[in-house]
Design a protein around this ligand. Structure first.
Ligand SMILES: [Zn+2]
Length: 314
């Protein structure tokens, strides 16, 4: 069957063979020659995916169905660093929705900073964990099941968009539930990064592989880009533009195509080594000790409260 881009429907693409970082088998990746989005060639359907994320994903990818203290610490520290970047926009009772709330660390910490925060996630075990330990408002729902219009001032999605089979539909839904002027905060793995391992980038669970250009291309017609960090990951904050109607973006972008093709060509071992890749493993050792030391024997809520206290003292 001919390949059609999941965003712009173009049938022009190049196909690249990559190795799945978990299972080790080969996967086919397509690079759309119209919009530059790099994507898995054979995309599973939405319902099968939701089922997979409900129970199997965490077990297969993390070997656990709820986070360990070490992972609570790691996710908590990440949540604090993300919250730091959007803290100026959080006021008392700012309505915030975290899509893909996982173990609930971000939702809980955002609530501690004053937001009226809630989350959705497909994973049963992680959701229960968050509810039980932090008493947060999280639900098992698909993005398409979100109702209402202009309900939130901030919507966040950290490492979620790359897992979804129809990114444009998701962005349209976020546009619907955000208030005009509201913020959409996204973090995704970065195909442009030269310092992240090429052996830890291509997964069957990742349907899209973004560059800064292909991500901006998806957003620019309906949001104004406020802030972007283009490093190991892409961290992007954009604001819902005035005008209630969602415009279908014109995704034709030859620059984005060239960038994506060049990244698929160069994201290989030599580039990784040249950019300090071999030292990266060693650099992680102190952090791993700290995670273990800080979280050992502590209740999840205590771990997050201590992290927040540390942040507030800085
Ligand atoms: Zn396309």
């Amino acid at each position: 069957m001919a390949f059609l881009c999941i965003v712009c429907n173009s049938d022009r693409s190049t196909i690249h063979t990559m190795k799945d970082a978990k299972a080790g088998d080969l996967i086919l990746i397509a690079c759309c020659q119209n919009c530059g989005l790099v994507q898995l060639k054979d995309v599973p359907n939405e319902l099968d995916l939701f089922d997979f994320y409900k129970s199997k994903y965490r077990l297969e990818y993390k070997k656990q169905d709820r986070p360990s203290p070490k992972h609570v610490y790691r996710a908590g520290a990440q949540a604090i660093s993300r919250l730091k970047k959007i803290a100026p926009f959080i006021r008392e009772n700012t309505k915030l929705l975290d899509i893909g709330s996982g173990g609930g660390e971000f939702t809980y910490l955002a609530s501690c900073m004053g937001a009226d925060a809630s989350g959705i996630d497909p994973s049963s075990g992680y959701l229960e964990f968050g509810k039980n330990h932090y008493s947060i408002n999280v639900e098992q729902r698909q993005i398409s099941q979100l109702e209402g219009t202009q309900s939130y001032q901030i919507v966040t999605m950290f490492h979620v968009l790359e897992h979804l089979p129809n990114p444009l539909k998701v962005i349209r839904k976020v546009h619907q539930i955000l208030k005009v002027g509201g913020l959409f905060v996204i973090e995704v793995p970065n195909l442009e990064s030269k310092a992240t391992s090429p052996f830890n980038h291509f997964f069957k669970a990742h349907i899209c592989y973004f560059t800064s250009l292909s991500l901006i291309g998806l957003l620019k017609d309906n949001f104004s880009i406020e802030y972007i960090e283009n490093n190991d990951v892409i961290f992007l904050v954009c604001r819902k533009a005035i005008g209630k109607i969602f415009k279908i973006p014109n995704n034709r972008d030859s620059k984005a195509v060239r960038l994506a093709e060049s990244r698929l060509k160069h994201k290989r071992l030599p580039e990784y080594i040249m950019n300090g890749g071999l030292l990266k493993g060693f650099k992680k050792i102190p952090a791993a000790f700290q995670e273990r030391y800080f979280s050992y024997g502590k209740q999840p809520k205590r771990i997050l409260d201590l992290l927040l206290m540390r942040y507030n003292q800085l």
